[in-house]
Design a protein around this ligand. Structure first.
Ligand code: XMP
Length: 479
């Protein structure tokens, strides 16, 4: 019996063990569409940034969403801090601003000027009660020589307004035609209900594939512990997706707690991490979820496998989980998490059944990750640490990421990763690499990649052969 365990042991393949085989293709990389879905959320780039305190705060979430992915804000902070980060993402770009700063016609021009200066805005709608009666801009203020004049003396009374149902395209056309930068939004009774600014409309054009909600704001996800219902409720008004942050989610207590979150919080939920067929089967049949975070102990900063001897490497885990998802005809998205250094690992994850990838290491070295770059030996680095590392655990908010008995054991490390510039450049390169891989396989989208891609096992000698070998790279020759 016990011998069977060994002699029948499965091969838990990792990314480095396999290669993608080229297939007959009619697909040019430029024709590949990487769009994916997590529940109702559509992503034009299938990348999520990891909820780690050296990876995703507001700046990262904004940058990743602008590129068409989704940032998952970490939870190693107070509820208030996490909520403020989510709010910052929602405020970063909005098509219709709902909380509009206004003045009254009886206010002095001086006051209007001061508000514009303090709030760094260039124009203010003028309201009587909630009724829009005019607009005052920096230009009106600039030419008013007497600061004691009233707003009503200098404002533009004949204001071009739009209704709340206007589309971004229509707004842009009106702004171009009338050469105006602010477009007040009024309801049927003439009350001001919002404001559209040229900056927000034209920002959209520079990021046409950004991940946005119905109001044109960037989408954002947030990590929670399934046991922290209060955090989930506090985040609810500001986020689009909740993602549990648990090292081993196939746990009865975590499942029961997640059920309560699903019942009481009206935000779609991704759960994980998991790594087996059985875990996937149980979660997709017992929980109303939109995604699974898949992979245990493959992360670049993980020591779980080393410390405990337990792991479900991401490639193996994704293949197992996708077998269960397919068997049940489930629409749950599989998010491959851990060990994805670049497009090569990501492409293999898609081939094994993933719908999206979650990146820690690959984004930790960017300008938008938290903290400033450090210079060591003349080279720039950023700090990257596991959420189970001693320093991350010392903040105490993530102790429940790991099971109770292991709370005293570190399951991650802290280190430096090379500085890599901005997220946009890193994601652009990642996407280009992925599209090239899809081209080799002959897949024009993720579903085709799952269906058509063939994987082959690589020998240790083969592993050496498919990387540059025998030649000393030029950059290593320079002093
Ligand atoms: P990469 O390889 O992208 O992996 O750096 C990021 C993922 O690693 C997980 N994670 C951890 N796993 N100990 C672990 O065993 C840790 O301290 C730790 N911190 C993060 C997590 O799933 C993340 O997305």
């Amino acid at each position: 019996m016990l011998w069977d365990k060994l002699s029948n042991a499965e091969l838990a393949f990792t990314f480095g063990d396999v290669i993608l085989l080229p297939g007959k293709t009619e697909v040019e990389p430029s024709e590949v569409d990487l769009t994916t879905h997590i529940g109702e959320i559509s992503l034009s780039v299938p990348i999520l940034s990891s909820p780690m305190d050296t990876v995703t705060e507001a700046e990262m979430a904004i940058a990743v969403a602008r590129m068409g992915g989704l940032g998952v804000i970490h939870r190693n902070c107070s509820v208030e801090e996490q909520v403020n980060m989510a709010k910052a993402v929602k405020r970063a770009e909005s098509f219709i601003i709902r909380e509009v700063v206004t003045v009254s016609p009886e206010d002095t021009v001086d006051k209007a000027q001061q508000i514009m200066k303090e709030m760094k805005i260039s124009g203010l709608p003028v309201v009587e009660g909630s009724r829009l009666v005019g607009i005052i801009t920096r230009r009106d203020v600039y030419f008013a020589e007497d600061g004691n004049l009233r707003v009503k003396d200098v404002m533009t009374k004949d204001v071009i307004t739009v209704s709340p149902s206007i589309s971004p395209d229509e707004a842009r056309k009106i702004m171009s035609t009338y050469k105006i930068e602010k477009l007040p939004v009024v309801d049927d009774s003439g009350s001001l209900v919002g404001l559209i600014t040229a900056k927000d409309v034209f920002y959209r054009e520079s990021h046409p594939f950004a991940t946005r909600d119905e109001e044109g704001r960037l989408r954002v996800a947030a990590a929670i512990s399934p046991f922290d219902l209060e955090r989930a409720k506090a985040l609810e008004p500001y986020i689009d997706l909740l993602v549990t942050d648990v090292a081993h989610f196939h746990n009865e207590n975590a499942i029961t707690a997640a059920k309560r979150v699903i019942r009481e919080v009206n935000i779609p939920l991704v759960v994980g991490n998991i790594g087996t067929y059985e875990a996937a089967e149980e979660l997709i049949t017992r929980l109303e979820i939109v995604g699974l975070r898949v992979g245990i102990a493959s992360g670049s900063i993980c020591t779980t496998g080393e410390v405990t001897g337990v792991a479900a490497p991401t490639l193996y885990a994704v293949a197992k989980v996708s077998t269960a998802v397919n068997k049940y005809g489930s629409k749950v998205a599989i998010i491959a998490d851990g060990g994805i250094r670049g497009p090569a690992e990501a492409a293999k994850a898609f081939a094994a059944g993933a719908d999206a990838v979650m990146l820690g290491f690959a984004l930790a070295g960017t300008k938008e990750s938290p903290g400033s770059p450090l210079i060591v030996g003349g080279k720039m680095y950023k700090v990257y640490r596991g959420m189970g590392s001693p320093s991350a655990r010392s903040k105490r908010f993530v102790l429940d990421r790991y099971s109770k008995p292991s709370k005293d054991i570190a399951e991650g490390i802290e280190g430096l990763v090379p500085y890599r510039g901005d997220v946009a450049t890193v994601i652009d390169k990642f996407v280009a690499g992925l599209k090239a891989a899809f081209g080799y396989v002959g897949a024009s989208n993720i579903e085709e990649m799952k269906r058509k891609a063939k994987l082959a096992i690589l020998s240790p000698i083969g592993t050496r052969e498919i990387s540059p070998h025998d030649v000393k790279p030029m950059e290593k020759l320079s002093p």
